[in-house]
Write a new protein. Structure first.
Ligand SMILES: Cc1cc2nc3c(=O)[nH]c(=O)nc-3n(C[C@H](O)[C@H](O)[C@H](O)COP(=O)(O)OP(=O)(O)OC[C@H]3O[C@@H](n4cnc5c(N)ncnc54)[C@H](O)[C@@H]3O)c2cc1C
Length: 342
């Protein structure tokens, strides 16, 4: 279309564009102000990363200290959920890990601490605040408490990843049920392995515990129960070098040269700290990757604290009680630090 603009129309058009221009500037300014105030409002005092015993206990105390807190964790409950039986938590002579985790969650709910059900991908430090990057969201906080626990260590042998979910498992409480009257192997020799073997012995026909050392380690109560159990056979000084099976596990090959037939393999060889993003902001870890903290649970980075299994604290004793204690010490320290700076 060929539009002819009359010379008399020019001032009207200029005036029109000028008004549109002013309107855009106005909207942009208002928008910027809105974003700024939104950002200001949404800067939490503390972002707790992790929803296990450390994170949940920290959340409860943070609410009682009236700190504006958010818990960022895909799930609440933590590793406790996978423990078959907890018999060392005061107040509960014997309780399943799953049930105890439900009680933790229920207790936290009384305090209405918001929980963003996503895991943190990374943390960025900007001036006085931290930005926690989630999949499709950013969360800002003045203090960070890392309570991300640990993840299961893998055996790293042939067949392990290929047969994962087809007879290879890292969670006895989740999968024991599938092995009624079958033969299974538990790899490992510490508390988690001992407890796994005991649980499996109530379901399976036969349980091998395959351990590379000469003696089982951990709580003597569990060791005694393993040794006295007629369904459990411990193979000492043996390491699995291959998990065998075509579509499903049918055996394991040991470094002794022996092969044993089993229907399932439960890997219980410990855990490694879940704190890769902590290193991005310069948080110091020990040689095994656990976050180093002082007595107040503070890391080497100002306003970054850590608690629970992810730290090298509590003399390396990774338990529900120690994780919870570290969580609440961290919150008290954050509260004190905020008071001093006020
Ligand atoms: C089989 C087994 C049996 C056990 N039995 C006992 C027992 O009888 N008694 C006892 O005291 N202890 C027991 N423990 C140890 C106990 O479970 C742990 O010490 C405790 O759960 C540690 O708590 P935590 O909060 O530090 O970490 P965890 O419980 O591991 O929780 C970590 C949390 O962080 C979240 N998370 C991970 N990555 C991210 C991320 N990137 N962003 C945000 N969140 C993240 C996880 O989803 C989880 O919610 C057992 C452990 C196992 C494996």
């Amino acid at each position: 279309m060929n539009m002819k603009v009359n010379v008399y129309h020019k001032p009207i058009i200029n005036y029109y564009f000028y008004n549109v221009y002013l309107c855009i500037i106005n909207i942009t300014d208002n928008f910027k102000r809105m974003i700024k105030s939104y950002n200001y409002m949404s800067v939490y005092d503390v972002a707790i990363l992790g929803g296990g015993p450390a994170g949940i206990s920290a959340g409860i105390y943070a609410a009682r200290f009236k700190l504006n807190t958010v818990i960022i964790s895909e799930s609440l409950g933590g590793t406790v959920e996978t423990a078959h039986l907890i018999e060392n938590y005061p107040g509960f002579e014997s309780i399943s890990g799953f049930e105890l985790a439900q009680k933790f969650k229920g207790h936290l709910e009384n305090f209405e601490v918001p929980n963003i059900k996503k895991n943190a991908d990374s943390v960025i430090k900007e001036d006085d605040t931290f930005t926690v990057k989630l999949k499709d969201q950013d969360v800002k906080a003045k203090y960070i408490l890392i309570a991300t626990g640990t993840k299961r260590r893998k055996l790293d042998v042939q067949g392990e990843s290929e047969l994962y979910g087809k007879g290879v498992s890292y969670c006895v409480t989740c999968d024991a049920f599938f092995y009624k009257d079958k033969t299974v192997a538990v790899i490992g020799g510490s508390d988690a392995a001992n407890m796994a073997a005991i649980l499996l012995s109530t379901i399976a026909k036969k349980v091998y515990v395959i351990y590379r050392k000469e003696k089982l380690r951990g709580e003597l109560v569990w060791i005694e129960r393993v040794i006295k159990n007629p369904k459990i056979e411990v193979l000492y000084k043996s390491a699995v070098v291959e998990i065998k099976g075509k579509n499903f596990v049918d055996g394991v090959k040991l470094d002794t040269g022996n092969e044993i037939s089993v229907d399932g393999v439960f890997v219980e060889i410990g855990s490694i700290p879940e704190c890769c993003f902590a290193k991005d902001i310069g948080v110091k870890t020990d040689e095994k990757g656990y976050i180093q903290v002082d007595q107040s649970q503070k890391t080497n980075i100002d306003k970054v604290y850590a608690a629970g299994d992810v730290t090298s604290g509590s003399n390396g004793f990774q338990q529900i009680l120690t994780a919870a204690s570290e969580g609440i010490i961290a919150i008290k320290s954050i509260f004190d630090d905020m008071e001093i700076r006020r």
